[in-house]
Design a protein around this ligand. Structure first.
Ligand SMILES: NC(=O)c1ccc[n+]([C@@H]2O[C@H](COP(=O)([O-])OP(=O)(O)OC[C@H]3O[C@@H](n4cnc5c(N)ncnc54)[C@H](OP(=O)(O)O)[C@@H]3O)[C@@H](O)[C@H]2O)c1
Length: 174
């Protein structure tokens, strides 16, 4: 199946591509994205030339909000699946005794519930941190990212405790 046909056929489109490519992709496939749930896992980062990564947009901005603004009306963005490393996605799925958390953010509660089910099916515990304006917290360098101040995987209970101490952040029910 071509990418164009896959997008047309899907209910949920998970954009497992880099931020700059996502920006081009959502413009190229704009009409087909109407009525779909769009999952953005991107971290707006690039190698810093010293073996690390640097953020390629201003610190206060998120790729989630930028992508949300590029989507057509009727496409519902969920920021998800990018809060942990690829390695952790592989090794920590179905972790026992407590599953590891994948945070997500969205302005669309029903789309959020669908993605929460996908997170659960992937062997992680979904935790909603609020609307897409909270994406910066779960993207790289954010306080709830394995690539950020959090720096590790957490259980739902740990996530709850961290969120209750974070200014301006409230745990949302799925
Ligand atoms: N890797 C991580 O630890 C990690 C963690 C959190 C979030 N993320 C996010 O996940 C996303 C993907 O990262 P990744 O590490 O999986 O990258 P990756 O290994 O470089 O894979 C990128 C994929 O995008 C495909 N691609 C490139 N241009 C495309 C286009 N125009 N249309 C369709 N597909 C295209 C590539 O296909 P070809 O190989 O055929 O070119 C490749 O399969 C990024 O936004 C990243 O920030 C990654």
């Amino acid at each position: 199946m071509s990418i164009a046909d896959a997008v047309k056929t899907a209910d949920v489109v998970i954009l497992g591509i880099w931020f700059e490519t996502i920006k081009e992709f959502v413009v190229a496939h704009r009409a087909s994205l109407v009525g779909k749930i769009i999952v953005d896992p991107s971290n707006p980062i690039a190698p810093d030339g010293k073996g690390g990564f640097t953020k390629i947009i201003p610190a206060y901005q998120s790729s989630g909000q930028i992508i949300a603004r590029l989507l057509p009306e009727g496409a519902e963005l969920v920021k998800a699946f990018g809060t942990v490393s690829a390695g952790s996605l592989e090794t920590a799925a179905r972790r026992k005794p407590e599953p590891a958390v994948l945070f997500y953010a969205t302005d669309y509660p029903e789309a959020g519930r669908v993605v929460a089910k996908l997170i659960t099916a992937s062997g992680f515990a979904p935790v909603n941190v609020g609307g897409v304006d909270q994406s910066v917290r779960i993207e790289a360098f954010g306080e709830l990212s394995e690539y950020g101040k959090l720096g590790r995987l957490v259980t739902s209970k740990e996530a709850e405790a961290i969120i209750s101490r974070a200014p301006g952040l409230q745990l949302k029910s799925a």
